[in-house]
Ligand binder design. Structure first.
Ligand code: ATP
Length: 239
């Protein structure tokens, strides 16, 4: 499904990713863990075309998408729910969701039933249904986070990138987000997950990569990393 080889990326003069290679098989959940500044968000941005990789290949369904802009990447089937509240603040909740399906509406992706998928998003996120006509900019931080996730799903993506979906959420809502990730996994949605709650991420993932200073330090089945004393001591303290 997604195959990343020797990915280099950074900002200005600074290279942050120094040659990452990893893959996300179809139907699986893969998590990237690592301390602050390791390069997790930069990896997500490079995959989704928010920043331009400086080297390497990113193959999605066999096609190299490295260097495509974010719209073109979405047309190839990759949806990104970015860190922070990246919704369209002056549009309603419902219109934000519909825009997530834009490549389907223009024929760049198979159309399917957009209205039914919007209803499904409201079923996954009942708080959004109650606020469907509210302007997205007036939602709480947590609600905006859920809207970003719902909007990404509206692409019917081949792979969903979730960057810190629980950021800024109250503990009850964090649980809710992980429940939704588990449900999506049962539906065989392929996901790449970055989470501050590394233990919870390892609990839901099939496979994990540990990033350190822009390089992959360890990788393995998530359950194995979760119980590895060295990994726990170095990366999972407190979570
Ligand atoms: P965190 O868990 O703290 O979000 P992360 O693993 O996601 O960490 P990144 O956000 O990818 O790490 O940051 C990696 C490095 O890139 C850091 O040194 C950071 O300061 C730098 N960086 C991130 N975004 C930018 C930017 N827009 N411009 C310049 N440098 C950046």
């Amino acid at each position: 499904m997604l195959e990343v080889q020797d990915l280099h990326a950074g900002y200005g003069q600074v290279e942050v990713l120094h040659g990452l290679s990893f893959s996300v098989p179809k139907g699986q959940v893969v998590t990237l863990i690592g301390s602050n500044g390791a390069g997790k968000t930069t990896t997500m941005r490079a995959l989704s075309g928010m920043i331009r990789p400086r080297g390497g290949t990113i193959r999605l369904n066999g096609r190299d998408i490295a260097g495509l802009d974010s719209h073109a990447v979405a047309r190839e089937g990759l949806a990104h729910s970015p860190e922070g509240r990246r919704v369209f603040p002056t549009l309603s909740v419902e219109d934000n969701l519909t825009l997530g399906a834009f490549p389907r509406l223009t024929g760049a992706r198979p159309k399917g039933d957009v209205a039914a998928d919007r209803e499904r998003a409201f079923t996954l996120f009942p708080r959004l249904r109650e606020r469907r006509n509210q302007l997205a900019g007036t939602l709480s931080g947590g609600e905006q986070q859920m809207l970003a996730m719902g909007r990404a799903l509206m692409l019917r993506p081949d792979i969903l990138l979730l960057d810190e979906p629980s950021m800024g959420l109250a503990p009850k809502l964090v649980e809710e987000v992980f429940r939704i990730i588990r449900q999506l996994k049962e539906e065989r949605v392929t996901m790449l997950l970055v989470e501050q709650f590394a233990m919870a991420a390892l609990g839901v993932a099939d496979h994990a990569y540990v990033l350190e200073n822009g390089r992959i330090r360890f990788q393995g089945p998530a359950a194995q990393l979760k119980s590895d004393p060295a990994v726990r001591a170095a990366y999972l303290g407190g979570h």
